[in-house]
Design a protein around this ligand. Structure first.
Ligand code: SAM
Length: 292
């Protein structure tokens, strides 16, 4: 029998660490105009999508990331009508956002049309409901250029980017956050994936310092996503409304009921509130950023 192919995640090569998947079957592989894309089947994780050597989505644990990126900012805000996703090509976050009745329009700005086309074929579970929804507005463009120029204003901005390499690098820059702050309504919130604090050690403090230069509140919340190895993923939080992350379980549960009480698998009102309780080593990184 031919030996099976193993595909490594190369994101932490500089730390001398790799997670490697044994591939059952490669479903698709290509070099897009912007990045290397590979989709394969894994016996535990189901379909696995990697971009430039970094895991993006797996069938088994996608719900954790997508629910926590969408429901936490929208329910913390309480009356989000205009939502912007930057990146998010697989449409997994969009699918969660559109479960909220309060959302009148969801704009998604994705740089790489081929990721969307590819998702339509291989992740119809995300793309079908999204493209069937009139509230969804897709723009193929660089997120940085879009937020720098648009006249539109958003209640929630979700930065569902790749890691800080390739086309995603600019989405981790201070000039990008400044451009986002320009197109946010009063009391709006921005969330952005900030990597795994135990590996990407300085990144979180730098991000928090940047948020605090632009917003009254810069913080993070956490979720545990098995294929984003390293324990907690930090999700950056930036807003001028300092009350947003202190809503009670009851307030969040009431808003969830009003939003339609759709089915979730990770997010609950209790998990929402608890996600802002940070393990000490992460809280210290946030505090370090706040002091800068
Ligand atoms: N859940 C994933 C994760 O954190 O690993 C990210 C999902 S999504 C596939 C990331 C998307 O961001 C990709 O489709 C990529 O093309 C897009 N992207 C990267 N840089 C971008 C930019 N400058 N503007 C807009 N989209 C960008």
């Amino acid at each position: 029998m031919a030996e099976k192919r193993w595909i490594p995640e190369t994101l932490f090569d500089d730390l001398g660490f790799r997670m490697t998947y044994e591939v059952e079957r490669v479903l698709y592989e290509m070099q897009t105009e912007h990045q290397h894309l590979v989709l394969f089947e894994h016996k535990l994780f189901g379909k696995v999508l990697m971009l430039d050597g970094a895991t993006q989505v797996t069938s088994t644990d996608e719900f954790v990331y997508h629910e926590m990126m969408a429901h936490v900012p929208i329910l913390a805000h309480g009356h989000a009508r205009e939502v912007l996703i930057v990146g998010g090509g697989d449409c997994g976050v969009a699918e969660e956002v559109l479960k909220h009745k309060s959302v009148k329009r969801l704009t998604q700005v994705e740089i790489d049309a081929s990721v969307i086309e590819f998702a339509k074929e291989h992740f119809p579970e995300f793309t079908k409901p999204v493209f069937a929804d009139d509230r969804f507005d897709l723009i193929i463009a660089d997120g940085m250029k879009y937020v720098a120029k648009t006249d539109r204003r958003f209640d929630v901005i979700i930065v569902d980017s790749t890691d800080p390499q390739g086309p995603g690098k600019v989405l981790f820059s201070q000039k990008f956050y400044a451009a986002c702050s320009r197109c946010m309504t009063k009391g709006a919130v921005m969330v952005t994936q900030r990597g795994v604090p135990i590996f990407q050690s300085n990144e979180l403090s730098v991000a928090i310092a940047g948020f605090r230069r632009l917003f009254r509140d810069g913080y993070c919340y956490v979720a545990a996503i098995p294929t984003y190895v390293g324990g907690h993923l930090a999700i950056g939080w930036a807003t001028d409304n300092v009350k947003l992350r202190h809503a009670s379980v009851k307030t969040i549960a009431d808003r969830y009921n009003k939003a339609g009480r759709f089915r979730t698998r990770y997010w609950t009102p209790e998990v929402h509130v608890a996600a802002f309780a940070l393990p000490r080593f992460i809280a210290e990184k946030v505090a370090k950023g706040a002091r800068r």
